[in-house]
Design a protein. Structure first.
Length: 272
């Protein structure tokens, strides 16, 4: 068992998706923070021992006519500290939605410079299915010391997306459904519903990587490409962000304003 001051190194997370066995093997490590992104009622009925609970809407705010926009750095840092997360901790998030909500937290952590963050593959459902230990009590934890350091490497704003479209420097992926895409989308964007990544009859977040790489290659996507993902308000796109990163795509950005911002402001900027 690691001592109380040992922290995780960045290399200690096996990837952006982690298996339940890995979490069980590292339970109690001083540098491991588990975050349950289900609602409070579900968490109270049972959760992974030691997991803090986060209501997903707390990650977002309303700004400039858009909802669920990621919190600013100061508010985000306070929220992470409240969850007991400090710089250097490894964060593993889970939900019961194939990693959808957990991916939003992982992307948000990456956005603010916190690299060691991952989704528990299969989430709460797989944890129960594999008879993982559960708890119902509120864990005791000290407030964390979290510093938010915004990084542009995983983030795209309206101006940046417009520039990429004009220069044709990146591949755009619309992760909404086909009917949503057909009603309007960013110029040149590919339609790839986020749920396409989920294996049939499984709790897992992602189909096998070789299978996805072959499918993406057919759409003209290669791991060396710069990719920008978006949806309506940034949540579904976060799942595809995690899926792409897991498959070896190193240059993936999420357009947080997504279609709700583009549909409101891009036309205004053109004077339409």
């Amino acid at each position: 068992m690691p001592d109380s001051v040992t922290r995780f190194a960045l290399s200690d997370l096996p990837g952006i998706l982690v298996e339940p066995n890995w979490v069980r093997a590292h339970a109690g490590h001083a540098g491991l923070r588990l975050v349950d992104v289900r609602d409070r009622e579900a968490w109270a009925e049972g959760h992974i021992p030691g997991a803090a609970q986060l209501d997903l809407p707390r990650l977002g705010s309303s700004r400039d006519g858009c909802d669920n926009v990621l919190l600013g750095p100061d508010d985000f840092a306070l929220l992470m500290a409240e969850l007991g997360i400090s710089d250097g901790d490894a964060v593993v998030a889970y939900d019961d939605q194939w990693g959808l909500a957990a991916s939003r937290l992982v992307w948000a952590l990456h956005r603010y410079g916190h690299v060691p963050a991952a989704v528990l593959d299969g989430g709460w459902d797989r944890w129960q299915e594999e008879d993982g230990p559960t708890a119902t009590e509120e864990p005791l934890r000290e407030p964390g010391r979290f510093g938010a350091r915004p990084t542009p490497k995983v983030y795209a704003d309206l101006a940046g997306v417009r520039e990429l479209i004009e220069r044709r420097d990146a591949k755009l992926i619309d992760t909404r459904t086909s009917p949503e895409y057909e009603q309007g989308h960013l110029p040149g964007a590919l339609c790839w519903d986020w749920f396409t990544a989920v294996p049939p009859d499984s709790w897992s977040c992602s189909r096998p990587v070789p299978e996805l790489l072959q499918e993406w290659a057919g759409l003209g996507l290669q791991p060396s490409d710069e990719v920008v993902v978006y949806c309506r308000s940034g949540m579904r796109a976060a799942h595809t962000y995690v899926t792409l990163r897991n498959a070896g795509f190193a240059r993936v950005r999420l357009y947080d304003g997504s279609w709700q911002e583009w549909s409101q402001k891009a036309k205004d900027a053109n004077g339409d």
